[in-house]
Design a protein around this ligand. Structure first.
Ligand SMILES: *Cc1c(COP(=O)(O)O)cnc(C)c1O
Length: 362
């Protein structure tokens, strides 16, 4: 296999993020001891809840697992007899409301718990009465995706929460990639009132790639924990090991204590570097985009390619970068643009990428 340098944000498909040496060390140390996993989950959950100003937290194997568990928790509450029936949900509250505009490749993980999706709105517009009308006796919860899945044509999260809570229906926010800002760890739940929010451990937090956090109200988080490993229910195959849990804790600790500041500085510095180097280069028209393509509060450089001047199409450039000794993956947007997010790159990666890009376009 060839190594990949990806400037397409911290995408799971290219391995997410790289872990810091302290995280590795914490994981090695945790692995050296056996512990009661229920106790570790409880202690780590309490620590993470404290660090993120939430009532409760549970560590799972990623945000996709968080979606399965939160959907299941909305359906069963803390009733073990109902948990035991999943994924068969006939006769239970099993409907999850979602904007039609927000349907995406992760909603299979909501349905995996046995939920049926009820769509509201259209591509163009959503009215509050559509949500009010969609909520009925069978409604288990409402799921919302901020960042790149949000758009002007969906209801504001504030409106969703207000309508949902009038009818005693929980709201779950899949904020997997919505860091920075780190304040999102408490904004959706503590400040806005969503019942649970889900974050990936292997994206901006820089923890193990197979981790994720469910944050929020005690009732929902406890139900998730009751269905997650090491217990026996729909979440059992979504196991976070003791080293994963400790690695995530260590990474989160670092992220909230200077890691986020470094992340901003790194992204800003490399965007400036790319912008400066490209000024005056024929055939490349760069600009800075912020928020980035994932909706994160980070800059990335979008480059409009002029194929006439360069004698090469955008796609030919993308292919040539991918064919390099160490493969380079850049983002693509529109018909003629590539984008570079410095976020997943080390300084050495960022320099290698620039050298290859110069070779490919000259
Ligand atoms: C990345 C992502 C996921 C999946 O996260 P994993 O931690 O890889 O399981 C789910 N939802 C959204 C919106 C994401 O961006």
């Amino acid at each position: 296999m060839r190594r990949v340098i990806s400037a397409r944000t911290r995408q799971t498909v290219f391995g997410g993020s790289k872990m810091r040496p302290e995280v590795w060390a914490a994981m090695r140390e945790a692995n050296a001891a056996q512990v009661d996993m229920n106790e570790l989950h409880a202690k780590a959950g309490a620590r993470i809840a404290g660090m993120t100003q939430n009532e409760a937290a549970y560590v799972t194997s990623g945000s996709a697992a968080g979606l399965v568990l939160c959907a299941a928790a909305c359906i069963t509450g803390r009733n073990p007899a109902l948990m035991d029936r999943l994924p068969f949900t006939d006769g239970l509250k099993n409907e999850i409301v979602i904007h039609r505009f927000q349907r995406n490749h992760y909603d299979i993980n909501i349905r995996q718990a046995g939920a049926r999706l009820v769509e509201i709105g259209s591509h163009r517009q959503t009215h509050p009465w559509e949500l009010e009308e969609a909520i009925g006796e069978k409604t288990a919860g409402i799921f919302y995706f901020p960042g790149r899945y949000a758009g002007g044509n969906i209801l504001k999260l504030e409106t969703i929460i207000e309508i949902a809570h009038e009818k005693n229906v929980p709201v779950v926010v899949d904020a997997a990639a919505q860091l920075p800002p780190s304040s999102n760890l408490w904004r959706y739940t503590r400040e806005m009132g969503a019942d649970a929010a889900i974050f990936s451990g292997g994206k901006s937090i820089g923890g193990p790639q197979n981790t994720g956090i469910i944050l929020g109200r005690k009732e929902i988080v406890e139900a998730c924990a009751m269905m997650g490993s090491p217990r026996y229910s729909v979440g059992r195959p979504m196991k976070a090991g003791r080293d994963d849990i400790v690695g995530l804790l260590c990474a989160l600790d670092h992220y909230l204590d200077g890691g986020e500041t470094d992340q901003y500085a790194h992204n800003e510095r490399w965007c400036e570097f790319y912008m400066e180097r490209m000024s005056g280069m024929k055939g490349l028209s760069p600009r800075v985009r912020r928020p980035n393509s994932l909706g994160q509060d980070l800059p990335e450089v979008v480059i409009e390619i002029d194929p006439e001047t360069l004698g090469k199409s955008r796609d030919a450039i993308v292919d040539a970068l991918w064919a390099c000794e160490v493969r380079v993956q850049v983002g693509i947007s529109g018909e003629s643009e590539i984008f570079l997010s410095p976020d997943p790159l080390t300084d050495a990666d960022a320099e290698y990428l620039w050298a290859r890009l110069v070779e490919v376009v000259s």
